[in-house]
Design a protein. Structure first.
Lengths: 433, 313
């Protein structure tokens, strides 16, 4: 009995000691000077697979770094958790961020990238396209390291467009240079498919916003959102952009009831001749093995084909205590992923941000995804406000106004006033930053 | 208190057997507190404290992403009264509550009556009607997303097959909320059904026999015996259902992927609270909105309690 009790106590003690040791070792450096690096991202689906590939490449390049990669659902779930982790001082060592979300995160929640540290790893900020560089630089400090640019692009079904007489002699899409031509191309494609000509996310916040923001900027529209309001929004351009979207969603040129997934499904099943969407849907079109190509979204208004875009980028979330070894490993990992972004580009359709990759022959040979690389020079990021950017309240609320118009519940004028009225009241609430 | 509970009636003490020494009662004595303490601690930490903390937050301009916050008095409350989005989303919640409570009570009652009045294999129907209630919300929504899908959905497939126009279940602002109602009825009607079935089975059979001898037909028995005797259950079901419907959030949030439905038509007030607090980081203001809603729910519950007391007496 006595021996029993003793041995049980010894066992308990040993267990507690082992547990404490395990706990301690998980916080501290591992054996052989290994560095622990926590990396958060929001990539799922095909982008998620490509991201795992990039992480694994880094793991093989830097065997002494133990990377723990965590994938969270993109949009509010990811950004809420990252913001809370940063505010609490226990953020991951490296994170992913849409460049459009920098106004929310850029001020307090992130540490800047040290350009000397980057230069030591062979990366200079001159290697990124100018509009992208401008977006990630706040008050002269580099707050995010862009991995790619993903503009809205125009997909076209080469078979359907050929039958509709929309192809040029070289087999590529004949230039579309005005809103009327776009509508006409949609109608002619619809005659071939027997249903609709163009698919876009008319009933989808992201899809509606991408097209609206591109048209609005092509029309020269300006949107400034000063704290405290009122919003300075070009109402005429808003109305005109919404009018075109309503005219497109007439049931012939485009369906008014497609969400983002349904839009790419309609294109992949050859029910439409065109698809207006993000470049990542190239996976869907490739999987469906349909005859298709992609091109830069054309200038329907004005001369410059401004297009709504965003950039996946890497950030250094603010931590209460920065471990220099982990920080250094975070630089290594980010640079490694930039250098290896060819797979990211060819698999996901994104335009690589780093010029060494974007100008490499391997990328330029990739069809059809290198067709729209010029878009990186004319990208239009979302307007700056704490509630704007990819997966933000602005996107979902503006999407509501736009859907109101495409579903014909609102006139374009009512839609514009609905959006501007909401912006005013949102700004009046004051910024939580 | 201790004595009152343990004094035995004199007549029941058997001769020769000494009355049992009155021990400390678990209910009244000090010992009782140790039994409820674990629960009370958890309850205080996860219900009472957050409740008070949230109330405190509503008087500050607390932000999720900023360390310092300032006392703003009633400014948050003043703001919500002039925020049209608060009232719009509150109306969505109220509309959902009205629109879902009625079918959830009526259909549950009809189902219970059908099962009770001698369908063969009662266990099967009981199981089938209750089964959806056991599914997690994400699963339910996933199923219905496919059923509702505009271009590939079963419902639109049937409609167009019969030569009727397709319906934008998830894309039309006038229909968006009613799709949530339909989904919710299918998902949760089984619970109310079970309450009704239990109540039906508790009605004594001799009442029906007596009525039958008096020549009462099936409808007469339903109207004069069954429904009046179900009054209490109906009151309970309505109260539970109204409170459950007011809490609308998860199925609408997942069904519309957090975007609030077509034209924002299916954004319940709880989603606005969530968006304000966690997507826009304005925790103080979000707390104020939720406390306004909290007070409203308490008022509704009080009115209901009063009505049911009046109908009972």
């Amino acid at each position: 009995m006595t021996t029993h009790r003793l041995s049980r106590r010894t066992l308990l003690r040993a267990t507690a000691a082992a547990g404490a040791a395990a706990l301690l070792s998980s916080c501290a450096r591992g054996p052989g000077g290994a560095v622990d690096l926590a990396y958060w991202n929001f990539f799922t689906g095909s982008d998620g697979e490509l991201m795992v590939g990039l992480v694994d490449r880094f793991r093989s390049e830097a065997p002494n770094v133990r990377v723990t990669d965590t994938t969270l659902m993109w949009g509010p779930p990811y950004y809420t958790k990252l913001a809370m982790a940063c505010a609490g001082g226990r953020a991951p060592d490296l994170g992913t961020l849409h460049a459009s979300r920098l106004p929310t995160f850029g001020t307090d929640l992130l540490d800047e990238w040290d350009v000397d540290e980057l230069a030591a790893r062979g990366v200079s900020m001159d290697e990124f396209p100018e509009p992208v560089r401008k977006r990630v630089t706040i008050d002269g400090r580099v707050m995010a390291l862009p991995l790619d640019t993903h503009p809205m692009v125009l997909y076209y079904n080469t078979d359907i467009c050929e039958k509709a007489g929309l192809l040029a002699a070289d087999g590529s899409l004949a230039p579309i240079t005005s809103a009327d031509q776009m509508l006409d191309a949609g109608r002619r494609a619809a005659e071939v498919t027997g249903s609709t000509g163009i698919a876009f996310g008319s009933a989808d916040n992201l899809g509606g916003w991408m097209l609206f923001w591109s048209l609005f900027r092509q029309l020269g529209g300006q949107m400034r959102l000063p704290d405290g309001g009122p919003a300075e929004v070009d109402r005429d351009a808003t109305v005109q952009a919404m009018t075109l979207m309503r005219d497109m969603a007439d049931g012939t040129v485009a369906s008014p009831t497609l969400d983002g997934q349904a839009a790419s499904a309609a294109f992949a099943s050859q029910q439409t001749g065109f698809l207006i969407h993000g470049p990542w849907e190239v996976t869907t079109a490739r999987t469906a093995e349909i005859p298709f190509s992609m091109t830069q979204f054309p200038a329907l208004y004005g001369d410059t084909p401004y297009v709504r875009a965003d950039s996946h980028s890497f950030v250094l979330p603010a931590q209460a205590q920065v471990d220099p070894a982990a920080r250094s490993a975070a630089y290594d990992m980010a640079v490694s992923m930039l250098r290896n972004s060819l797979d990211w580009a060819s698999g996901g359709g994104h335009i690589p941000a780093l010029s060494a990759v974007a100008e490499s022959p391997q990328y330029l040979d990739q069809q059809p995804i290198s067709n729209y690389r010029g878009a990186a020079q004319v990208v239009e990021y979302d307007p700056e406000a704490y509630f704007s950017g990819s997966g933000s309240t602005l996107m979902s609320r503006a999407g509501q106004s736009i859907q109101g118009v495409t579903s014909r519940a609102l006139t374009p004028e009512q839609g514009a006033d609905d959006l501007i009225g909401w912006l005013d009241s949102q700004l009046k609430l004051g910024s939580p930053l | 208190v201790t004595a009152a509970g343990t004094v035995a009636a004199p007549g029941r003490v058997e001769p020769g057997v000494a009355p049992r020494r009155p021990g400390p009662s678990l209910v009244g004595a000090r010992g009782g507190i140790w039994f409820v303490l674990p629960f009370m601690l958890v309850y205080a930490a996860f219900v009472l404290w957050p409740l008070l903390y949230g109330l405190g937050l509503s008087f500050f301009d607390t932000s999720l992403v900023r360390d310092e916050s300032q006392f703003v008095g009633l400014a948050n409350y003043a703001q919500l009264f002039s925020d049209p989005e608060v009232w719009r989303t509150l109306w969505v919640t109220v509309l959902f509550t009205i629109g879902s409570t009625i079918p959830l009570v009526v259909i549950a009652l009809v189902m219970a009556l059908l099962v009770q009045t001698g369908v063969r294999g009662q266990w099967f129907w009981r199981f089938v009607y209750f089964a959806p209630f056991l599914l997690p919300v994400a699963t339910v929504v996933l199923i219905w997303q496919w059923l509702f899908s505009g271009d590939f959905g079963l419902f639109n497939g049937i409609l167009t097959g019969m030569g009727l126009p397709a319906v934008g279940w998830l894309t039309e602002p006038e229909i968006g909320l009613w799709s949530v109602v339909i989904l919710t009825v299918w998902w949760t009607v089984g619970f109310n059904f079970l309450l009704y079935l239990a109540a039906l089975q508790a009605i004594p059979a001799q009442l029906y026999e007596a009525a039958e001898l008096d020549g009462a037909g099936g409808w007469r028995r339903l109207l004069s015996i069954t429904l009046p005797l179900l009054n209490r259950t109906t009151g309970l079901v309505v109260v539970l259902q109204v409170l459950a419907s007011l809490k609308l959030f998860d199925q609408a949030y997942i069904l519309y992927k957090a975007n609030g439905g077509p034209g924002g038509s299916a954004t319940p007030i709880l989603q606005y609270v969530y968006d304000t607090g966690f997507t826009d980081y304005r925790l103080g203001y979000a707390s104020a909105i939720s406390y306004m809603f909290f007070v409203l729910i308490i008022l509704i519950a009080l009115v209901q309690a009063r009505l049911s007391r009046r109908s009972a007496s």
